[in-house]
Ligand binder design. Sequence first.
Ligand SMILES: [Zn+2]
Length: 508
Amino acid sequence: MPRIYITTPIYYVNGDPHLGSAYTMLITDTLARYYRARGWETFFLTGTDEHGDKIEKAAAAAGVSPKALTDRVSASFRAAWDDCDITYDHFIRTTDEHHIRYVQEVLARLYDTGDIYFGGYQGLYCFGCERFYTPKELRDGKCPDHLTEPKMIEEETYFFRMSKYQERLIAHLEAHPDFIRPEGFRNEVVAMLREPIGDLSISRPKTRLTWGIEMPFDNRYVTYVWFDALLNYISALKHKGEDVFERFWPEAEHFIGKDILKPHGVFWPTMLMAMGEPLYRHLNVHGFWTVEGQKMSKSLGNVISPLDMKAKIGLDAFRYFLLRESVFGQDADFREDSLHARYNAELANNIGNLVSRSLAMQDRYFQGAVQPLSDPMPEIDQRLVAAFAQAAAEVEQHVTNLSLSRALEAVFRATDHANKYITETAPFTLAKDPASLPRVGAILHNLLEALRVSAQLLTPFLPDTCEKIFAALVLPDERKRVYDLPWGRAFAPGHQVQKPQALFPRLP
Ligand SMILES: [Zn+2]
């Protein structure tokens, strides 16, 4: 049985779920649903990243312990993803005991093998980012994210001997051209590797940071966020069992936003090499969302909350828009007019209309009872069958390439074809002549098949909507899942379908 291990970044508990994190969750959830439905063994991981300066400071400011703060924020992330029907298999927290033990075990092991050593460090540090900057990375001497001047600080620290693995990582990227995708991000990592990557400082003195995982060989230090956070991808599997780790780790598909490319593209694979573990299969990097052409920010008041969108237009419509409007790896713009236009043209007029018209006619002319398809002669519409077969093939190809937008486009071309089939065959006109009713019954039977296949293809993308379509078709579970069920076999004559409900009421 094929397998896939899908991961999201773990979210830092100093904010709220927003458009960017919701986008990662919706892409990964769509893929998890897609592969599960096709019988793949699937493990889908998400969670929260909970250590570091910012949490310590935020907790102090709120007058609570860091643990109390992270308990609250982590729970709110989890509740938000549950409200968005994200079907993760496990939710990890970096404050979980098993995770802390695993991080310490790895630290101790790499200290013993000499891949972690003690040394001195001096550099420009941005407290907002919790990281050192090289002068070249600064913009006009300031942190490009915070636009504040970093402080020169000097300290003793533990290093991970990252430089030792630079050549091996370059060789791996050459041998596996799609290790990091899309290609633009691979090229960015290749460019990073043209210069010496140096060794990575992985500790902070407890005089400056106590809210972290203590170094097992030196209790004056805690480990720095990345060495802690990245290991979640393995600790979660090991927590489920060594066999789960063995089965899923080689199939790892990481999904991240482009801001954390370097830690995932450089730090993480070299850490895995030092640990003696196989590398992940792919690092899949997506772009950022702007809102009406502007960067999203609390100060601009333009932050899009997934739960607000759910209340406003429904979860499936929000999900559809994000997946349809973006090209994986590129930046995208969230525009109200574009959302409005896609909702009405594609959801309401195309799929919504197809479902309501087909079921309404089935109800009006036959009180919902399915009519024979091939009496007196075979009346399967081969062009319609071909349109959906084409869509199914394209969905498979596009999902494999992470082109979710094109997969949706392919299904909507087929549903569009089905809408045209209604116009061309005009069952509403034929129905006026009682002698034509068998023909009308056959046309509607073709349309019910079109609805069945549409719902199968769209389920990973629009889960609620497709559940409603299946419910109206009154199809048993096993027939929902058969992808190669021949056209005309799903509904026996006399099978009762239900009246339509409006899936996507038009927006004014
Ligand atoms: Zn900064």
